[in-house]
Design a binder for this molecule. Sequence first.
Ligand SMILES: Nc1ncnc2c1ncn2[C@@H]1O[C@H](COP(=O)(O)OP(=O)(O)OP(=O)(O)O)[C@@H](O)[C@H]1O
Length: 284
Amino acid sequence: MTELAVEVRGPRKRYGEPTAVDGLDLGIRRGEVFGILGPNGAGKSTTVEILQGHRSRDEGTVTVLGVDPARADRRWRSRVGIVWQDESAPAELTVRETVAHFARYYPGPRDCEDVIALVGLEQKAGARIKELSGGQRRRLDVALGVIGSPELLLLDEPTTGFDPGARRRFWELIRLLAREGTTTVLTTHYLEEAEALAGRLAVVSAGKVVAEGEPAALRERFGTHATVEWTEPDGTPRSERTTAPTRTVAGLIGRFDGEIPGLRVTRPTLEDVYLRLTGQERTR
Ligand SMILES: Nc1ncnc2c1ncn2[C@@H]1O[C@H](COP(=O)(O)OP(=O)(O)OP(=O)(O)O)[C@@H](O)[C@H]1O
């Protein structure tokens, strides 16, 4: 059996111009949490939908848990957990009824009450779906994605609308599932989420992968410039972008007698690297 849970080679999907997915190659290992980052319209949802078997592709080979999702059967579906961008669970059912209803589709589901607690909906277990807030609805979507004990979770912007506490709880859930061996693929616009959760990331832009690797390695590879900031004796704030911040600081030490006012050395964040890779770099 292949070590890769997801293998995508040369996929293309065109709705018109430009091509939505244009050779967005991915190799996602079993058991890893893999993040897909990219600006609006980069092709993330289209890719996740192709992996889920819910969108056709024009070209390329796609293998998910050893199967082409375009030809997947019910057994394959029970091994894959999906969090839809807009779930359409019946509004009149309660949270508990909905989770129990979805659990029946799977051969080895998790315990319903456990899952409700894992997404923090214990207090709302008896509430009807139509009475939930947007963030609570989204938490229910996540519960429905994990209820079947999937081998692979495919999550498209799972934490949109989550408050910070719910987001942290979600991170804990993904880590718990990862410890159990679940592979997770998630798209997100939250850079700190990608950094906190993903062992590896792909940054996509215009339907292609523009960089891939561990978050720290991406920062190292693409975020080569640090910024050194200080204040001149006349009060003028200064900053310098440099690949050799130690040398800049050494120069300042030579010029200043004692403490350098306002000295700060900042390394690029994942966000800086992301903005640079996707052509949205700010000028500091
Ligand atoms: N059903 C569709 N019909 C026509 N064009 C589509 C359709 N779905 C997506 N597209 C186009 O394909 C491109 C990629 O869209 P996609 O939804 O995959 O991007 P995304 O990276 O998920 O963006 P976002 O961050 O906004 O969710 C966009 O230009 C979008 O307008």
